[in-house]
Design a protein around this ligand. Structure first.
Ligand code: PRP
Ligand code: URA
Length: 199
């Protein structure tokens, strides 16, 4: 289902409404993978039939941190899965000439260093934005960070792995390459523009 939904997102005729809904649905589905190993503890409950020892989430609390703008498109899907997660925001844009990320905003939960952080951004192109976002989280004491993207280019994946080998990367697809404008090929175009209809 993730691949099917991603195919529709890639199609150039898919409009913002469908694009947003599909990204939200994929984020929820990928959230299953991203959280599949989080710690559980025994919890005594009583069903209508009898007492039992059930399971519930224990240990570290979670935070979802989108990289603005496009990362916002993955937050609602993850919140459907993890309603108690807190949400921080990191604002980064890529300079059109240099393709290097520029920071313009950062607002994170005060206890972010105690949380398992899921950093979201649909596009992992050169990897500059993801690496800077991870570095900002580490500067604030985060030690357990997972990066959740939709489409990754080999260059971006390699950069994150080299600079932040402790961060697990989750992607729905690994594409072929970057073009001369550092866009992912075949990719899906500019994720932020397609989510928010700004082009
Ligand atoms: C896009 C995308 C990533 C970044 C990926 O954001 O959402 O954040 O580019 O490229 P990179 O891996 O080469 O850094 P953009 O800077 O276009 O900002 P936007 O989300 O506000 O459109
Ligand atoms: N940012 C996007 O939105 N798309 C790309 O292909 C690369 C960077």
């Amino acid at each position: 289902m993730v691949q099917h939904k991603l195919t529709i997102m890639r199609m150039k005729e898919t409009g913002s409404k469908d694009f947003r809904e599909l990204l939200k649905e994929i984020a929820l589905l990928m959230g299953y993978e991203v959280t599949r190993d989080i710690a559980l503890e025994d919890f005594e409950i009583e069903t209508p039939i009898c007492k039992m020892t059930a399971k519930r989430v224990s240990g570290r609390k979670l935070a979802i941190v989108p990289i603005l703008r496009a990362g916002i498109g993955m937050v609602d899907g993850l919140l459907s899965l993890i309603p108690v997660a807190k949400v921080g925001h990191i604002g980064l844009y890529r300079d059109e000439q240099t393709h290097k990320p520029v920071v313009y905003f950062c607002k994170l939960p005060a206890d972010i260093h105690d949380r398992l952080v899921i950093l979201t951004d649909p596009m992992l192109a050169t990897g500059g934005s993801a690496c800077d976002g991870i570095a900002m989280l580490k500067e604030r004491g985060c030690t357990n960070i997972r990066l959740m993207c939709l489409v990754g280019a080999p260059e971006g994946i390699a950069k994150v792995q080299a600079e932040h080998p402790d961060v697990d990367i989750y992607v729905a697809a690994v594409d072929e390459k970057l073009n001369e404008n550092a866009y992912i090929v075949p990719g899906l175009g500019d994720a932020g523009d397609r989510i928010f209809g700004t082009k």
